[in-house]
Design a protein around this ligand. Sequence first.
Ligand code: FAD
Ligand code: DLZ
Ligand code: SF4
Length: 513
Amino acid sequence: MVKAAKLHLVLGDQLSHSLATLRDADRDSSIILMAEVWSEATYVRHHKKKIAFLFSAMRHFAEELRAKGFNVRYVALDDPDNSQSLKGEVVRALGAVRASSVVVTECGEWRLAEEMASWADMLGIPVEIREDDRFLCSVQQFRDWRKGRKQLRMEYFYRDMRRQHRVLLEAGDEPVGGKWNYDAENRKPPSAGLKGPKRISHPKDAITRSVLALVEERFADHMGSLDSFHFAVNAVEAEKELQQFVDEILPRFGDYQDAMVKGEPYLYHSLISAYINAGLLLPMDVIRRAEVAWYEGRAPLNAVEGFIRQVLGWREYVRGIYWTEMPDYAERNHLDASRRLPPMYWTGKTKMTCMAAAVGDTIEHAYSHHIQRLMVTGNFAMLAGIDPSEVCEWYLAVYADAYDWVELPNTLGMALYGDGGVMASKPYAASGKYIDRMSNFCAGCHYDPKLTTGPKACPFNALYWDFLSRNEEKLSRNPRLANMYATWRRMDPFKQQTIRKHASQVLEALDTL
Ligand code: FAD
Ligand code: DLZ
Ligand code: SF4
């Protein structure tokens, strides 16, 4: 039996050489364990591209560790002895090597964190769970930050993070340019013919090709296709994408952050979420690269500040919300929504051009950008009163960047208002008018964004008023919705009734819209 000082477990979304788990890994006596397991690959029916990306990135990371001289025990999904669970693989590894303890970095999902907390008793040896210092705000720091605050607002958290990490700051504690937030200059509707730049692609090496074959064979019934697999699968490739973003794309990130264009899934977004979340890029590196682009005059402040706010602000904020609100957060359903998720979310087959585009991009790329997630698929699910647990399961399965810590607050809290206002100060509810303004979807749609009732009416319109009306008790005291409720109340009662009747027909026909 080999004698190992410690067994260092690296999870699939922990592919960073600076990971706390590896801090004291020793080339002579440590064993580094990585395992592809059925339990992690199927706790939701992950998109095929998400599984392929992660398995290929895991295998590349294991090779890099071996090249650095570490002893890596890598268990592939089709290894005949694979127990197909992380716990089972830790037990099996400890049967093969005599380690005195297990070391792991805190994971990103409550279900696994709970399981890992019981490993020490089960194994009879210490299991050291280290803080994940790739994040810029620890869970304890976030807990301290929110203590005593009646209302949580990302903007104040973000300013504190800017001060703490000295990002886009003048010599004192003042923001560069005099303002903390340049959103007023962002978010333009798409100009005619707007197209995003061509993205770099990466050659598929032997590791990726063999993972693609494995995923095709074992996960045939999962959503999505493996055609034109375009993901970076190691840090060098992810860095190339970041470089292209900073050099060519970032300057227009702010302007078109909220724009949506048919056939242009990426526009000016960075596409780095899957890489940061899996550990191939580190958030602070990404932030500093964008910051330097502004200091060197290569990107305007509205774009750079807007981008940094997403990574330093929103990303850290949602993680803090997740760990300080769980476990009951996942069960919340403030608006008592209970409808089933319509099949269009899985097939993309619908006459609604905006939904077909958002779901179609998702099926093809395991990606759609923030506004499609929030204002199209999320908005529709909220207006239609779809059960949050079904919506959250969908988002967790279909995006390559999805892990519970980031998906849940964004979906349940931001998109569905299922947490009653912890994440968002008001529901992000919008009618077809918003989608028409921010996209080119409506021009070619079967439905008409200007109509609220009748067979050609945009389904978002009647659903929007119906949503406000049926949730009046819970929402009408929100000052940010006062204007909308005033408009609704001023409406002729017959018109109100006609709209609500049409909304109930739309809800009855959800499967065939
Ligand atoms: P960009 O638009 O280029 O933004 C830059 C980076 O900022 C992103 O890569 C990401 O790291 C960070 N970021 C931006 N917004 C957020 C946010 N709201 N929360 C956390 N990080 C943010 N993001 C995920 O990483 N995983 C998810 O599972 C996820 N689920 C979402 C579900 C819903 C309903 C909504 C509305 C948003 C969700 N987001 C999620 C946030 C956001 O949509 C994605 O991070 C973004 O679309 C990823 O694309 P990008 O890398 O091109 O981002
Ligand atoms: C998402 C995922 C998948 C699909 N497969 C694995 C796997 O086989 N092995 C592994 O260690 N991790 C995998 N992951 C990522 C984990 O689900 C992730 O570490 C936890 O959900 C915690 O964030
Ligand atoms: Fe979507 Fe309505 Fe516009 Fe059609 S008309 S694309 S359903 S917003």
